[in-house]
Design a protein around this ligand. Structure first.
Ligand code: CO
Length: 496
């Protein structure tokens, strides 16, 4: 290995292995028979080992270091090399004992969490989670950080994001959103009961596919399947996958999970194939990824304009269930704000209070200020304080999310950041195309997608998230765009 082409070849090899793991992972969640799990775990772990070996290969590291000071490379090539070198240096920080311990703890914690949730007994999960938290505290020291150990964990998902910045973001959430939601709670109630009639599985499925087509999701480079929890994944820009879940007694779940996952997949389809296997052929961060799903789900998919176009076709599929429901009723029900127990079912506003609670708990755990054994009590108090809801059981409370059982700390804030980026990007798209809402009302989402392609998708990792945001909108992430969007939309819906 001694030149840029050798680097490209090696980097593509690593990607090939990682994408093969993604195929197996997708299959595991969608098609694999029950008995497949034992050897599937072994196959995935073998590939993970190969990927780690390739990523930490000594010759590869030497080549990256050499190329990093090679002035003959153009700016895109230099960007690829510098990001690959960063990833290499990070992989090298982990001793294999750490990786082995982590994989054991995670697989154990996941089983304990599942059992604890099923039996509604947090104590089953407590000791595994304590070990995982200790491991992450150790990891912060391995990775290093400038100000706060939690920075190291955040950076796994959102490079460059700091705990200070997240604190700022959530102080805005508290200051604005908490009282705003209280005002809504005291206002008129919205009736969304029509969502909970019987909607046939097959008809929902077909309508979901239609929605994805309306969003310009390319079915020659993607498909949709069913899974227990909706997700999206990709094996290349030319093969992306989304999944959905259909509940015959809840129409809303299918609609907005389809649009959400479709938004993620559009980002992957917009990555340039010529950059496959290189950092410029990868998406920027979880926050930016989530900005794409949220922009489609909320800014577009919960807008009146979108439903002015799409509601008639929905109504023709379910004429009896929706006979008395006007497009206005439908729009309001799609935006019903109601504090609830479960994050994944939360509306666009209370959602961020769910994330805030998890963030405060994670940060305090990493700081060693609270103990895992006290989590159920702390959780319930915070739900009372921020959302005004009583948590009846741990299964519906502290045990609801899968993330901690995977040892994923620092992940949750990216959900909220994604929504705030979405508001800022969508605002800019409207400034640059004053016809945008009219186009959406006419069922034309092409210009919006092209705008996202040009400004975000096609660039891969060319810029960091904060630089990208500045380039697009002229400033860094600013809460005011989300705030303005919320005030304008919900003041009308709730006549505030
Ligand atoms: Co998402």
């Amino acid at each position: 290995m001694n030149n840029y082409n050798d680097y490209v070849k090696h980097s593509k090899k690593i990607t090939d292995i990682n994408m093969s793991m993604a195929v197996l992972g997708w299959d595991q969640e969608t098609k694999m028979p029950k008995n497949g799990s034992r050897f599937r775990a072994q196959q995935l772990s073998t590939l993970a080992e190969i990927s780690h070996e390739l990523s930490t290969n000594k010759d590869y590291g030497n080549l990256l270091n050499n190329l990093n000071s090679d002035d003959s490379l153009n700016s895109d090539q230099r960007r690829n090399v510098s990001l690959s070198l960063k990833a290499f240096n990070k992989s090298k920080k982990y001793k294999s004992e750490f990786i082995i311990e982590e994989s054991k703890l995670v697989s154990n914690a996941f089983q304990k969490w599942r059992l604890a949730k099923e039996k509604n007994d947090f104590s089953i999960f407590e000791s595994s989670l304590t070990k995982l938290v200790d491991l992450r505290i150790k990891e912060c020291e391995i990775l290093g950080y400038d100000n706060h150990p939690y920075d190291a964990l955040l950076n796994q998902y959102e490079p460059g994001l700091t705990t200070n910045e997240v604190d700022d973001i959530f102080s805005n959430v508290k200051e604005f959103l908490v009282p705003f939601i209280k005002r809504i709670s005291k206002s008129n109630k919205i009736d969304d009961s029509f969502f909970h009639q019987k909607y046939s599985h097959n008809k929902q499925w077909d309508f979901g596919i239609e929605l994805l087509k309306k969003m310009e999701y390319n079915f020659d480079s993607g498909r949709q399947d069913l899974s227990a929890h909706p997700f999206s994944t990709h094996f290349s820009p030319e093969d992306t996958r989304v999944t959905t879940r259909i509940d015959e007694n809840n129409l809303s779940e299918m609609i907005w999970s389809c649009i959400h996952e479709g938004g993620h997949a559009l980002y992957e389809q917009g990555i340039l194939s010529e950059n496959y296997g290189l950092p410029l052929g990868e998406t920027i961060s979880l926050g930016i990824h989530e900005s794409q799903s949220r922009l489609w789900e909320n800014n577009v998919g919960r807008s009146l304009e979108f439903w002015k176009y799409n509601y008639e076709s929905l109504k023709s599929v379910f004429p009896n269930q929706l006979s008395d429901v006007t497009v206005d009723d439908f729009y309001k029900a799609a935006n019903n704000v109601k504090p609830s127990l479960i994050r994944t079912n939360a509306d666009e506003l209370t959602y961020h209070l769910h994330v805030l609670i998890r963030y405060e708990i994670e940060k305090a755990l990493i700081e060693g200020k609270i103990m895992v054994k006290d989590l159920p009590e702390i959780w319930n108090l915070k739900y009372q304080e921020y959302l005004g809801v009583e948590v009846p059981t741990d299964a519906l409370g502290v045990l609801q999310d899968i993330h901690w059982s995977h040892g994923s700390f620092g992940y949750f804030p990216t959900y909220t950041i994604g929504s705030f980026y979405a508001a800022q990007f969508f605002n800019q798209a409207k400034i640059e195309n004053p016809n945008l809402l009219k186009e959406i009302e006419d069922g034309n989402n092409k210009n919006l997608l092209n705008w996202l392609r040009k400004n975000i998708h096609n660039n891969g990792k060319r810029l960091d998230a904060d630089k990208l945001c500045e380039k697009i909108s002229g400033e860094k992430l600013n809460f005011k765009y989300f705030k303005e969007y919320v005030i304008e939309k919900y003041s009308k819906i709730y006549s505030l």
